[in-house]
Design a protein around this ligand. Structure first.
Ligand code: HEC
Length: 106
């Protein structure tokens, strides 16, 4: 009986851990897909109709590559040219996670 309870507790802990880990990994991806993808493209290639209309810079371009994570976070928070500001729409943590995910796209 005690043994069953103990293994159940271990199982519950493992499930919790796996749950929180997958959340931490996918939150930037979820934010990017919901808030950035329509203008920056699934792979950051700026290949959506909105991206072409607004002349979004592809992630692979030299201008985009030279930006630091901090510069990207600032541009996303405060906006830049036609890029809308996300201040107040997303939390600082959501912006950072989305930028990290964006920078990791290839
Ligand atoms: C409505 C379309 C649109 C959406 C939505 C959008 N962007 Fe942009 N983004 C742009 C455009 C247009 C530019 C190019 C701005 C310019 O001319 O310098 C840009 C530029 C950027 C840059 C480069 C800024 C710089 O300093 O050159 C980053 C980083 C960026 N976007 C990240 C994001 C992230 C992260 C999101 C989601 C939270 C997002 N964008 C959502 C349109 C958009």
């Amino acid at each position: 009986m005690t043994k069953t309870i103990r293994s159940l507790a271990v199982l519950a802990a493992a499930v919790c851990l796996a749950g929180s880990m997958s959340f931490a990994q996918s939150s930037g991806e979820a934010t990017y897909k919901a808030k950035c993808q329509m203008c920056h493209g699934a792979k950051g290639a700026a290949d959506t109709p909105a991206a072409k209309m607004m002349k979004v810079v592809p992630l692979a371009s030299p201008e985009m590559k030279k930006l630091t994570e901090a510069e990207m976070i600032k541009a996303t928070t405060d906006g830049k040219a036609k890029m809308p500001a996300f201040k107040g729409k997303l939390t600082d943590a959501q912006i950072k996670d989305a930028v990290v995910y964006f920078r990791g796209l290839k």
